[in-house]
Design a protein around this ligand. Structure first.
Ligand code: 6R9
Length: 650
């Protein structure tokens, strides 16, 4: 959109429904409207107050050093240990018997682990890592299923100052080897496999092949989960033969606030994956504060469940660092939501009386497609707040989530953030904000967001443009691993002194923010910029459509034409007449400019492991090209199935 025209993003969607916080919820909420005021009157002092929620070995001298922008330093001179903050301090406060993780394996096995137990296991793992020669600043790649040892490995790294880099279990040999190599990792922590979709998947073969190619790898530490046969190499060690026998006495050394904590690779649409670097004090401050404020966590009574994979930033900040730093009790689930049946998540909510649930729109739309009767078979009355992350949530999915999962009363927090931002940036505060379905609404206290035009000027209320961040924030990325220049170039070159996130947004008449998807995906039709989000939202607003993805395909007349891929609801039969209806429905909802040129029915859509639609691949189909790089797809065979099964409205 940047280069192609000055036309602001068309302002098409019109959503009028409003949901004010329930007075009882508002009264008991962790954070009230005064947080915005205190952050406005002194932003840095506000963040210093939040940093004091943590335990520091040495106080900082200065809240923020921005003299070497865009490389920030937060809580300069301060020292802390991240793992101590997540575990030992709760045990020291007498909370050792509180359950930290209720873990549910896919086959139905389960473990409840207390803070005392988790803390001891992390201390044993920290001793083991040290015995294996891992030192502060060394890199450790973690390639694991969703088992507690994944969190233990991360925290053990944090405890000794090693830098972890978690890679989604299931990524290919190439993807894994590329990440190990870029980070120069000494150690890989993995498992013999994990359970997904009713089967034991293998991870160890992939690690073996990747480690063979990467000279930096000295050891591979393997957790036994599935008991399947695995090949064994000289560099391999079993977790249960090393960690289990290690001492659980370990002193948590304090590290500088800016000591690196982790690298997490994001693929982006083109080029080599970027190793996003996060450090300690600022990251933990914002992960911890946002978890407390946005989810309204009451650690004594709530049961929190973030359904993300640990390989996604959401798993880092809202399974490991946010919840554990706050002393939360949470659920962790190994498998897929439809194994052994489509009510699995709701069964788990009922079993553990989950009160705060955090999931992604892609999952919500899948639950909608499976049918209202499935959640209705379970007692979900424990749920008191619902969260959404990863993509814009379309208003129909928002309403369904509130009605069918949240009992018609639970507030929904639609949280916008990125791997790069480290923690939530834009979200309603559940006790304060009158919610609007489909809008992430307001920057959190202490966060300065803007929407700007091509010339970096703020757009007025009612306008659309590029979402930017105007002031540094504690959990911001500190760079791209090994590539300073790429960091400046990618995030700081489009607009001077503003971080450009890559997303389009509009600001409505009340000043609330509506995220409109990646600007790379924005379509330019007859000189108008149209967001994929709005057209997709209109399509799933039609009764027959479960899920939709749209792309702009080059068009001799209009520049680009809108091509839509739709998944229909279970019992709907498609026909040329029906597809025509869908095109008309979009035109009626958004205006004739947004009418798709073509609608294609598909049975699935290409998605990343974190559930984001890879529109680039759909554009290849719409423009009839060879399909491009599929290495970060959740399931790399999906593209051939889509091509084979196409029926269209041409
Ligand atoms: C946390 C995470 C970041 C991109 C981001 C944006 C999209 C995430 C969103 C959302 C609209 C939301 N995104 N949350 N868009 N509303 N609530 O997803 O990190 O995997 O790095 O992706 O996801 O496009 O730029 P990451």
């Amino acid at each position: 959109m940047a280069e192609t025209g000055k036309e602001a993003l068309a302002n098409l969607l019109n959503e009028e429904r409003r949901f004010p916080p329930h007075p009882d919820f508002a009264k008991a909420a962790n954070v009230d409207a005064s947080a915005y005021e205190s952050a406005r009157s002194d932003r840095l002092a506000f963040w210093e107050t939040q940093a004091r929620r943590l335990s520091w070995n040495k106080d900082w001298d200065e809240a923020l050093d921005w003299s070497n922008a865009p490389f920030a330093k937060w809580f300069v001179g301060g020292e802390l240990n991240v793992a101590y903050n997540c575990l030992d301090r709760h045990v020291e406060a007498g909370l050792g018997d509180r359950v930290a993780i209720h873990w549910e394996g896919e086959p139905g096995d389960s473990r409840s682990i207390t803070y005392a137990e988790l803390s001891a296991e992390v201390r044993r793992a920290a001793n083991t890592l040290t015995d294996l020669g891992v030192e502060s600043g060394d890199r450790v790649v973690i390639y694991m299923p969703m088992i507690p040892e994944a969190a233990v490995a991360m925290l053990a790294c944090a405890r000794i100052g090693a830098i972890h880099s978690v890679v989604f279990g299931g990524f290919s040999v190439d993807a894994l080897a590329g990440r190990i190599d870029d980070a120069g990792a000494k150690l890989v922590v993995t498992a013999d496999g994990g359970y997904r979709k009713g089967k034991a998947s293998g991870l160890k073969d992939t690690v073996d092949a990747a480690a063979d190619r990467c000279e930096s790898v000295e050891k591979v530490l393997v957790v036994k989960r599935t008991e399947q046969e695995v090949a064994w190499n000289d560099r391999d060690l079993w977790w249960h033969e090393t960690v289990a026998g290690a001492s659980d006495e370990h002193e948590a050394r304090a590290f500088d606030s800016e000591h690196p904590l982790f690298i997490l690779y994001t693929s982006g649409t083109t080029g080599k994956p970027k190793g996003i670097l996060h450090t300690s004090g600022g990251y933990l401050t914002q992960a911890s504060y946002t978890h407390h404020a946005v989810f309204d966590l009451k650690p004594e009574t709530d049961v929190f469940w973030c359904t993300a994979d640990i390989g996604w930033v959401t798993g880092h900040s809202y399974i490991v660092y946010g919840p554990l730093s706050n002393g939360a009790t949470q659920v962790m689930y190994e498998g897929t939501p439809d194994t052994p049946h489509k009510g699995r998540l709701w069964e788990i909510v009922e079993k553990y009386k989950v009160s705060l649930l955090y999931t992604a729109p892609t999952a919500i739309r899948m639950f909608m497609k499976w049918g209202d009767d499935i959640p209705a078979q379970h007692d979900l009355s424990s749920l008191r707040l619902l969260g959404s992350v990863g993509e814009p949530i379309n208003p129909e999915a928002w309403i369904w989530y509130r009605e069918h999962i949240g009992g018609g009363t639970a507030p929904i927090v639609d949280t916008w953030w990125q791997t790069e931002t480290g923690a939530i940036m834009i979200s309603p505060l559940p006790g304060v904000t009158t919610a609007k379905p489909g809008s992430a609404q307001v920057p959190l206290p202490g966060i300065e967001i803007d929407v700007v035009d091509d010339d970096a000027q703020s757009v007025p209320d009612g306008g659309g443009g590029f979402l930017t961040i105007r002031e540094p924030w504690p959990s911001m990325l500190r760079g791209i691993w090994g590539d300073e220049e790429r960091y400046r170039e990618t995030y700081w070159s489009r607009f001077e002194n503003q971080y450009f996130a890559g997303d389009g947004a509009k600001r409505d008449e009340d000043g609330d923010l509506w995220l409109l998807g990646r600007v790379d995906d924005v379509m330019l039709v007859s000189g108008h910029n149209i967001s994929t989000t709005e057209v997709e939202s209109a399509l799933v607003g039609h009764d027959s459509v479960a899920e939709a993805a749209v792309v702009g395909a080059s068009d001799p007349v209009t520049g680009q034409g809108i091509v839509a891929f739709v998944i229909l609801r279970g019992d709907v039969e498609s026909s040329p007449e029906h597809l025509k209806q869908l095109r008309t429905h979009v035109a009626d909802t958004l205006g004739p400019i947004a009418k798709p040129r073509q609608v294609m029915v598909v049975s699935e859509l290409p998605k990343t492991r974190s559930g984001k639609i890879m529109r680039r691949l759909l554009r290849d189909i719409a423009e009839d090209r060879e399909v491009g790089d599929v290495t970060t797809l959740q399931d790399s065979s999906v593209m051939s199935r889509i091509k084979d099964g196409l029926s269209s409205s041409d």
